[in-house]
Structures are given as structure tokens and as C-alpha cells.
Design a protein. Structure first.
Length: 527
């Protein structure tokens, strides 16, 4: 990495690149980095160099729609990378997402890099982070994923856009027929893999070490991390992984290719298209409009025979996933008893009826594991059961299968509730709701103005981020000033995990019986 100190240097650089024309000349503080596709100019800010909107694959438009990501065409001159690229096409389905992206477009395969300004020639650890959003929404520009705080702790941080919804996961017989691998779907996962390849090839130019890459993510992003560890296409690209609530195992496993193609044919009929060419001729917004219909099928990862040669469950069971250190866990309020009871009163009778409906002849066993003889017990057990069925079970399954390989695994349970909102519209959460840990772990409380953060929140954030930073740097979350966090091991009939919150300590998780019951008896289905 270098800085352009003078007009003369810029002119010489332009001649070397045989540029026809250059953007406005950079100021002396403008960072410029050469990549495999051409040079980039970013922004220098608070001791960091930031590069936004870097293309890592060709725009997946026209004939490239529903194809694996293709290489970026080299550019002439210095490309400006001072603003986020467009977010991928998506419907407005979540109200907690704040975007800083340059609009929305099918041309969306961009990533962003934050690195210390003095990182030239260094080999700093790297974090590649995938956003959540159920594979139907999300964007790398969201403030909660901002990489500045992690970069200030010496971690080169990369956030990545990937295709979503029908544009990221449609599978049809025609798509499988045109694929050399006879595969279809999983384009969003293939985008992530292409971004990891880009990091491997280019991150050293930003001061990062391509041999010290950790990938992380939350919810669908966490599921993506588990998927990348399973796929042979991503082997050797990372040395560690962080999963925050979610894995592509158990109830969240990918669907078979045959089922995915059946859904694709159903979608094609709803879109009133008679061929793949007609689908590709439709506007991206028109496709989203169809996918948003109540009678439209949902799109999700699939066992395509290419990205996933077998199901992730089979790959992990055989120990054929990447055997890298793993830090993962869930939050204390991933679900709500209210959802389990369909907003009926939390009475023992209503709870028993809900459990009976879910588990049938196994309801009595479920009630032993998730008892509900009082309203308080219903609230507690109902919240635990809802959270387990939503996402905690799949995360536990990932932990259990990864530790069988002998790789070090650190398991957490995040308990810090977010505080009251600044506008006074609600009190603090009872527990740590789904996605609440993101700002704490990435050091981004200041970027979320919705909540009235307290000194206690900032202390929990410093501790949590400290664990994450240490893990990214060394493969172990432990470090000076932090409560000791042992790797998962059996103790007192349970497994060690770290309870992270205002009072952080190691505890013995006794949840194995719950998760094994769900593994055997839960009806599953899409969440």
C-alpha cells in the first residue's frame, strides 16, 4: 500500500497504467492500492484506510443471471472506491436494517475493506464477515457490520455482498441442464466463495495475511460460514471461523436439488414465463414482486452436487469439513414464547396444547425437557423451545460435529439484553434477542442510535470484541484482562461454554438432552 504524495507521482502512475483518463487526482492523504484487476483509491479516516464498493466478480446481469460469479474485467486508471456499492436486490422484509449502500441493483457483487493506515507490508489477521437476513435481505453497508472498530484493533476487515432470494437461489431443470456441473441454485453461496478467493489473491496488498483469514457471520451469515467450511470449493481459504446464531444443519439444512427445482418450476409458472430466456428477460424487480407473493415458493440453499457434493449433515458427520478453530454460540432470547403460543396467554394449558401440536406422541417427553407448570415457567421454557427450534439447535449441532474432529471449539451463550430505546418507545429486552450481539462483538454500539447504550453495555462490548479479536488473531479468544474461556469439553455431565454478559463466566451447558430430542423428534420445516 502507498500514498500518492504528489501530482507528479499520479501522472507517472497513470502513464504506467496506460490510462486513457483518470478520475479527479487524489489528495496527498488518499490511499491507493493496486489489486489484481487494477488500482483503487480509497479514503483515509481516523488512522484507517477504507475502500468501499470493490468489485470482486462481474455484474451477474443479463446472460450471467443465475450463473456462478465470473471474473472481474480489469480496469484502466485508478478506480475510486470511496462509497458503498449497491445492495443486492431484495424486498423490505426487516425493519432493523439500515443501509448506506448506493441504492439497490442486480449489479451488486462488491466488498469493502477497512485496514490500519500503517498496514503497508504488514501481515495482519483478516476478518471476512457475511451479513444475516434469512438469505432474502441484508447488505455489507449496514452500520452494525462496519469494519472500522475491528480495524482499529489491528484486524483487516472485509464485508461482502452476495445475491439473495430468487436471484441468489433459484434452481430449475433448465439451469441445471446448462451447468457444466449439472448444478443449480446456491449462487449466493458461490458469491461468498468468490469473495474468499478475492481475499486470498488481494488482501496482502491491503496489509492482510492471506494465511490468517477468519470468516464470520450472523444468522444467515453464520449459516453461510458453516456452509463454506463444508464445501470443498472453500477448502484452504480460511484458518478459522466465527458463527453467531445459525448453521446449515439440523432443521436449517439445505433442501434436495429435486425439491429446489420443483420450487423453481412453480415460480416459473407464477411468473408466467415459458423458458429460462424469458425469466432472464424479466426485470429484477419483477422477479422480486413474484417472489413476494403469498403463493410463491421460498428459496434457500440446496444440495446441488457442486457447492455441496453431499448434504452438510453428511459432510460434517464424516468429518470432511474444514477442521479449523471455531468460535460460535447463540443468544438467550433467540425466540419468544409468544410466537410459540401464537400470542395466546402463557398459561400452562395453552402451553401444553402448543407442545402437543408440535410433538404429538412425544409431547410428554418434550414437557419434561421444557416444563411449563406455571406462567413463569411457560415464559422461560417457551422462549427456550422457540429459540432452540428457530436457530439454537442447529448451532449446537455444528458445535458438536466440529469438536468431534479435534479442532478447538469455543462455545458461547450471549445474555446481555439491549437497553431501552432512546425515544422511550419501549423498555429493555428481557434477554439477548436474535442479532443483538452483533454491535457488541464488532464494537459498533456507537453506530446504532436506536438504543440508549450504558456504560455496562460498553463494557460488555469491549469484552466481547476482545474475545473476537483475540480469536481472529490467534485462533483462541483468551487474552489479558478477559475472563478465561476454555474450549468445549465435557464436565459434570454437560459441556463447557462461556456465558457472556454483564457477569461473564464459564458454565456447564446441560442442553444436550434438549437438542438430541429435537434431532430425533422435531418436525423441522422452514423457519
Amino acid at each position: 500500500m502507498f500514498k500518492a504524495p504528489s501530482l507528479a507521482r499520479h501522472l507517472i502512475h497513470g502513464l504506467i497504467m496506460t490510462a486513457v483518463s483518470l478520475p479527479a487526482l487524489a489528495s496527498p492523504s488518499t490511499p491507493v492500492v493496486g489489486t489484481a484487476n487494477g488500482p483503487l483509491s480509497g479514503v483515509s479516516d481516523a488512522g484507517l484506510n477504507v475502500f468501499k464498493g470493490i468489485p470482486y466478480a462481474a455484474p451477474p446481469v443479463g446472460p450471467l443471471r443465475w450463473k456462478p460469479p465470473q471474473p472481474v474485467s480489469p480496469w484502466q486508471g485508478v478506480r475510486t472506491a470511496d462509497h458503498f456499492g449497491p445492495r443486492c436486490m431484495q424486498r423490505p422484509v426487516y425493519n432493523d436494517m439500515v443501509f448506506r449502500s448506493d441504492g439497490m441493483s442486480e449489479d451488486c457483487l462488491y466488498l469493502n475493506v477497512w485496514t490500519p493506515a500503517d498496514s503497508e507490508g504488514k501481515k495482519l489477521p483478516v476478518l471476512v464477515y457475511f451479513y444475516g437476513g434469512g438469505f432474502i435481505a441484508g447488505d455489507a453497508s449496514e452500520p452494525r457490520y462496519d469494519g472500522a472498530s475491528m480495524a482499529q484493533h489491528g484486524v483487516v476487515t472485509v464485508t461482502v455482498n452476495y445475491r439473495l432470494d430468487v436471484l441468489g437461489f433459484l434452481a430449475t431443470p433448465a439451469l441445471a441442464a446448462e451447468s457444466p456441473a449439472h448444478a443449480a441454485g446456491n449462487y449466493g453461496l458461490l458469491d461468498q466463495q468468490a469473495a474468499l478467493q478475492w481475499v486470498r489473491s488481494n488482501i496482502a496488498r491491503f496489509g492482510g495475511d492471506p494465511d490468517k483469514v477468519t470468516m464470520g457471520g450472523e444468522s444467515a451469515g453464520s449459516m453461510s460460514v458453516s456452509a463454506q467450511l463444508a464445501s470443498p470449493l472453500s477448502k484452504g481459504l480460511v484458518r478459522g471461523a466465527i458463527g453467531e446464531s445459525g448453521a446449515m444443519l439440523g432443521n436449517l439444512k439445505p433442501i434436495p436439488l429435486s425439491e429446489a427445482m420443483h420450487r423453481g418450476e412453480q415460480f416459473t409458472r407464477l411468473a408466467k414465463a415459458h423458458s429460462l430466456d424469458q425469466l432472464r428477460a424479466m426485470s429484477a424487480q419483477a422477479l422480486l414482486d413474484v417472489s413476494g407473493r403469498k403463493d410463491a415458493p421460498s428459496f434457500r440453499p440446496t444440495v446441488d452436487g457442486y457447492f455441496f457434493p453431499r448434504s452438510p449433515e453428511a459432510i460434517y458427520e464424516a468429518g470432511d469439513q474444514a477442521r479449523v478453530p471455531l468460535l460460535l454460540g447463540t443468544n438467550s432470547q433467540e425466540g419468544s414464547y409468544a410466537n410459540l403460543l401464537d400470542n395466546r396467554a402463557p398459561t400452562p394449558a395453552n402451553y401444553r396444547a402448543a407442545v402437543q401440536k408440535l410433538f404429538g406422541v412425544h409431547a410428554a417427553e418434550a414437557l419434561k425437557l421444557y416444563p411449563g407448570s406455571t406462567e413463569d415457567e411457560v415464559r422461560h421454557s417457551g422462549t427456550a423451545l422457540a429459540g432452540d427450534r428457530f436457530i439454537a439447535w442447529s448451532t449446537w449441532r455444528w458445535m458438536e460435529l466440529q469438536r468431534r474432529t479435534g479442532a478447538p471449539v469455543h462455545f458461547y451463550y450471549f445474555t446481555r439484553p439491549r437497553p431501552a430505546k432512546r425515544d422511550g418507545s419501549g423498555g429493555p429486552d428481557e434477554g439477548a434477542v436474535h442479532s443483538a450481539e452483533i454491535e457488541y462483538a464488532l464494537g459498533n454500539l456507537p453506530g446504532n442510535a436506536v438504543f440508549a447504550w450504558t456504560d455496562a453495555d460498553r463494557q460488555v462490548s469491549a469484552l466481547t470484541q476482545g474475545y473476537w479479536v483475540n480469536f481472529i488473531k490467534t485462533g483462541d479468544p483468551n487474552g489479558p484482562g478477559l475472563p478465561a474461556w476454555p474450549a468445549v469439553a465435557e464436565q459434570d455431565g454437560g459441556l463447557l461454554r462461556q456465558r457472556i454478559g454483564e457477569h461473564t463466566s464459564t458454565e456447564v451447558d446441560q442442553g444436550a438432552a434438549r437438542y438430541r430430542f429435537l434431532l430425533a423428534n422435531d418436525p423441522g420445516g422452514e423457519r
